[in-house]
Design a binder for this molecule. Structure first.
Ligand code: NAI
Length: 354
């Protein structure tokens, strides 16, 4: 039996997490869900958006399944003290509970899946890409300062260690998921030292994976290609900022944020969650698209070694999305969260009983 830390979160979180749990359980996989508080709901109830108990239990489980958490106050700092940290040691501080979970778990690679589905309206067709993004460095270390009134400077940091870890992960992910090509995305023609190091490391690592095709592309050309030749990309690995931008581009190109599955892989714990936020505009209405959370669940099952259950979920989602009657309002339909969830559950149960 797998132990999974379950955090439903805020806004549409509880609705789509319940839907995803229903779908995961329909496969027959044996999971012991450990229910934990987190997000603004926990803050209201327990005074902390990431209670120490939640972080400690998540780290002990090593796997978390999470709905989105809302960040209500921009200046909120989260300083959890997980079990085992000495009282004398200064706890680390984060700008959100989600970030704290990702960092405390030793997160080094974020994965975002984006693909088009037959029958789902989208601005482009043929996209099926895995974005693998480094998450600890690059310009997002946010080390910036003002030199004088009208001049500001920001540091971009790229290290061999972090680049190696994320590129190696991208190749391993490609191998496990029978993907054929890894592309390193960069701007090394301009940023010769920083992005130059990233792409050099990527080329070195690629030599260890002769069975997987490797190439590299400039980030601007990559964005153009997502639109002009979407089926070209397979697995794309990149530094933090390019990954941030390309993830949103690909999520929009897929047709809805409600289809975007994601995960953060860490040295101590991995967190599976959709790419979007709490969608406060539709929370409580029963019309949120649960597919992002359900497909994040499939990613989690694959991580747990339950390939056949992961594949069953992905197949059922594909089948169900091909019928417009199952489309939630974000996809242009009027199905409820429960209707599409039930359709996916029925499809899985049908496959299981054959
Ligand atoms: P959002 O992603 O929540 O919503 C953007 C738009 O997409 C809205 O119109 C929403 O209705 C729609 N949408 C998102 N997911 C959907 C789904 N599953 N089905 C149908 N429609 C969906 O972004 P927003 O409004 O900027 O953020 C709201 C809150 O979420 C903020 O407090 C933010 O900090 C938080 N957030 C949390 C994240 C996390 O926990 N990983 C990630 C991103 C935002």
């Amino acid at each position: 039996m797998h132990k999974v830390a379950l955090m439903k979160g805020d806004g549409i979180g509880p609705e789509i997490v319940d839907a995803a749990v229903q779908v995961i359980e329909a496969t027959g996989v044996d999971i012991d869900w450990i229910h934990l508080e987190g997000g603004q709901s926990a803050r209201k109830k327990l005074g902390a958006s990431l209670p120490d108990e939640t972080l400690s239990t998540y780290l002990e489980c090593g796997v978390g399944f999470k709905g989105p958490f809302s960040v209500e106050m921009e200046d909120e700092r989260v300083t959890p003290r997980p079990r085992g940290v000495s009282k004398n040691k200064q706890p680390r501080s984060y700008n959100s509970a989600t970030n704290a979970l990702r960092r405390e778990g030793g997160g080094f690679a974020a994965v975002r899946l984006a693909r088009n589905y037959r029958g789902v309206p989208a601005p482009i067709h043929g996209l099926d890409v895995v974005i693998v993004r480094e998450i600890n460095e690059d310009i997002y270390v946010a080390s910036e300062y003002t030199v004088e009134d009208d001049t500001a400077v920001a540091l971009k940091i790229i290290t061999r260690k972090a680049s190696e870890a994320v590129v190696r992960f991208a190749f391993e992910f490609a191998k496990r998921n029978r993907r054929k090509r890894v592309t390193a995305v960069h701007k090394a023609n301009v940023l010769k030292q920083t992005d130059g190091l990233f792409v050099r490391v990527a080329r070195e690592i690629a030599c260890n994976y002769p069975e997987i095709e490797f190439n590299d592309r400039f980030v601007d050309a990559s964005c153009a290609m997502i639109v002009s030749n979407p089926s070209w990309f397979d697995v794309a690995v990149m530094p933090n900022q390019y990954g941030d931008i390309m993830s949103d581009l690909c999520a929009a190109a897929a047709g809805s944020l409600g289809l975007g599955a994601g995960a953060t892989y860490g040295t101590q714990a991995c967190l599976f969650e959709p790419v979007h936020g709490t969608a406060p505009d539709i929370a409580g209405k029963g019309i949120a698209n649960p597919v992002s959370q359900i497909l994040s669940g499939a990613l989690m099952l694959r991580h747990l070694g339950e390939e056949q259950y992961a594949a069953a979920i992905e197949l059922a989602v594909k089948d169900v999305l091909s019928e417009t009657a199952n489309h939630t309002p974000d996809l242009g339909g009027n199905a409820t969260t429960q209707k599409i969830t039930q359709a996916i559950v029925d499809r899985i149960s049908g496959h299981n009983s054959r």
